[in-house]
Design a protein around this ligand. Sequence first.
Ligand code: HEM
Length: 540
Amino acid sequence: MLSQAISFDRDKVLPAAVLILGLSAIWVVLTVVYRLYFHPLSHLPGPLLAKVTDLYGGYHAWTRRNHYHLFELHKKYGPVIRYGPDRVSFNSSVAVKEIYGASKPLKKAAGYRAVQLQKDTNNLFSSTDKGFHGKRRRILGQGFSEQAMKSYEDIVHERVDKFCEILTKEAGGDGWGATKNMSKLCAGLTFDVMGALVFGQPFRILEDESGLSYVIDAIISAARSVGVFVHLPMIGKNEFLFRIRAILRLMFLSLKDIKNIKSFLTLSSEMTKERADKEAAKAAGEDMTKANGTPNKDILGYILNAKDPETQEGLNLDEVWGEARLLIIAGSDTTSTSLAGALYYLARNPKIFERLRNELRCAFPSEGDIWPGQKLSKCNYLRFVIDEALRMACPVGGILWRETMTDYMVEGIKLPKGTDVGVPLYAIHHNTNYFTDPHTFNPDRWDEKVVGEEFVALGKSAWLPFQIGSRGCIGRPLANMELTLTLAKVVYSFDMKFDEGKESLGQTTLSDGILEFETRDQLTAETTGPFLRFKRAGRA
Ligand code: HEM
């Protein structure tokens, strides 16, 4: 009986399986042939596999060297590459304007849904809907106004001073402090600043007192999967894959990572609730303390009270929590990468370091006089050093995909509706059409008096660490405040040198043997080092 049943099943199942396999194989072959020879983008150059499947880009995102890979590919294939069946990468400033400029018929690509932090709640960063984004940006924008920025100065200043204090902690008889892994220390600073600015209380990671340094690990590990998913449009487009993305994420996480992420979720939820309760308990404005004659608040203080100027709607607690987490994530890694990058290039270039110190010492009688504001923004060389660090070690070095909402032309190339397009930031920042010797750290390239107005304008057209347009970085003024203040204070007061045994850590060698500070791209970046030692410097 049993053998009869099996043979009966086999008689039916086998041909069905063969049929399904056969049809699938035909479907795969037809899809490949279509994508290679008949697709509207089939005439564009690019790696064969990328033309056939998005898994090619997904794989390179997984290696976290996608930005370096795109740079090499553009060198090989030219300014336009097909980097997925329906994806095109452009390496030109014309494309920057046509893709990211204001009022273009493009929106964030479907891959961004992967950045959605809560199940069904979008945030400012993840939303692909222009209407939703406009409303949300009007609300969050109130936490980044000029007046708001002024009110944050005290908090940032306090954390930067703590950062400086740590540099020569444990100094020996020769005055040189113990070696510091600057990626770690800069992350401590920027996470502390974001904790203080978002929730009104620093995480105190710098002091290593609070036991909250796991927050950094949690965010870095969570970013790994996001950095891959954002390059896999199927995760945003296919509802099933989108719903199971939490399970897919497990492939990128260890048990420790999961524990850290869970703890961060609980912590941020509790801090948001606590902050909202405080705000509710007081009349608006009652919790302001005076600093420099301006009201002192944190970002949640603004967000909790903010209303969309057009609709008068505010955010509910869940939405506030989502935005709070987004701000911690978006505002910490990015700024710490730029800071670590700038310190790496300053340590590598003692003449540039000295010139910067001279500028600062002429501008300020003592370190204590360094404060955000006009005097600091007039330090042009400091600005050039930061802009150059943001070019070389761009914290978001990959490609930020946008989807065409109609048939659309970029660089004269007709793209069907639904095509993902973008400009890879690392690649354009190292494009010789805009930057001579692009792998050389040269702040003078931003000085009109040295290279001329035209040349600076050319560079600026291809410099977009904060992205441009309506989806550009909302936190740019805050990042600028942190970067200028920290670098000014460090360079003003400290000598620095590499730890000789660890000098080569945290660097990468590109294909032609060029050495650079390594950024491991996972939408934002993970970095190591530089490993530096500091000593309080006397005044000549
Ligand atoms: C040097 C530091 C920073 C760099 C290089 C940077 C870079 C960027 C870039 C390239 C984008 C566009 C991303 C995209 O199109 O997908 C962006 C967006 C964003 N950034 Fe930053 N960022 C920095 C610091 C900050 C800080 C300090 C904050 C918050 C306090 C912040 C919050 C955000 C938010 C919320 C968005 C989404 C804006 C929107 O879609 O409207 N960033 N950033």
